[in-house]
Design a protein around this ligand. Structure first.
Ligand SMILES: C[S@@+](CC[C@H](N)C(=O)[O-])C[C@H]1O[C@@H](n2cnc3c(N)ncnc32)[C@H](O)[C@@H]1O
Length: 276
């Protein structure tokens, strides 16, 4: 593994989120129904034995939503740089033939043209060199096979829209810590795929709606449970959350209610023509 891995982990070290990851993240129903589309689009036929790569597999949330995984995909390999995320994944799939490898998305430990399908789910927005990571997948995937990139909506729509998130972003700007990306903003991806990689991309955009209790949201803010919370030093983050709590109490008068949140996602189905 490349020595740069330690530098990269300074930006987004999922070891610190591993224990709370599954409790604080979810995959919505509409997102799930599109994930199941990918098997249709992949063109696999009965009897095929496709090899699938998931880059940034984390705790395996995506595979847990793929129906009949074992039947459709006998060989599923996930890579991640977080040992702790992989440890949780290992516990869930200890008797399975799922293969997990501690590896860096920029230096995939595979020969070229190995995979029949590759997934990058909720990953490119946190990869500072996301273009290199996509180029690496291109190297490892077979000609004309699918890379599926799934991420949140464009720009700040990566956060679910609701009064608490909107106010949180406003307060961050006021305190001098606006949200920023270490990795790709969705809006940059199709252009890169078409113009720099000369590949085809088919895009699906969707929304979903979730209810979350204000208490739960506030605990997540207090604990800096999300990667974007970590962009603000803890003491300042605490002040922001205190102001946020006062705002929510003024708005709703109590914190026992559930807030309706509107989420956005984008899916890109990408096919490389490797003779390009
Ligand atoms: C937001 S999580 C997504 C996990 C999973 N795909 C999901 O949707 O639940 C992002 C994952 O990417 C991993 N990651 C971050 N940088 C990486 C890199 N350079 N190489 C490989 N994995 C990386 C993190 O450790 C983390 O597990």
């Amino acid at each position: 593994m490349d020595k740069n891995i330690n530098d990269l982990k300074k930006y987004f070290n999922f070891d610190i989120f591993a224990d709370i990851y599954d409790k604080t993240r979810e995959i919505s129903n509409s997102f799930q129904s599109i994930i199941s589309l990918l098997f249709k689009k992949s063109g696999f036929k009965k009897g095929d034995r496709p090899i699938v790569l998931e880059v940034g597999i984390g705790t395996g949330m995506v595979i847990s939503y793929l129906p009949n995984l074992r039947n459709l995909v006998p060989k599923y390999i996930g890579i991640d740089i977080s040992k702790k995320m992989l440890k949780i994944l290992q516990k869930k799939y200890k008797n399975s033939d799922l293969e997990m490898i501690l590896a860096d998305a920029y230096y995939l430990p595979f020969k070229k043209d190995k995979f029949d399908l590759s997934l990058m789910v909720r990953a490119v927005h946190i990869l500072p060199r996301w273009k290199d990571a996509i180029r690496e997948v291109k190297r490892c995937i077979k000609d004309n096979r699918l890379l599926v990139i799934i991420t949140g909506g464009p720009g700040k729509k990566i956060l679910n829209k609701c009064p608490s998130n909107d106010k949180y972003l406003e307060l961050r700007e006021k305190y001098g810590y606006p949200l920023f990306y270490y990795g790709a903003d969705w809006a940059e991806i199709p252009e890169f795929i078409k113009n720099e990689l000369n590949a085809q991309i088919e895009i699906f955009e969707g929304t979903y709606s979730v209810k979350k209790s204000l208490k739960k949201s506030l605990i997540e803010f207090e604990d800096q449970s999300m990667t974007w919370h970590m962009q603000v030093p803890k003491n300042i983050h605490d002040e922001i959350v205190q102001e946020l709590k006062e705002f929510l109490l003024r708005l709703y008068s109590n914190l026992d209610i559930e807030e309706q949140q509107l989420g956005y996602f984008n899916i890109g189905f990408i096919k490389f023509n490797k003779s390009n």
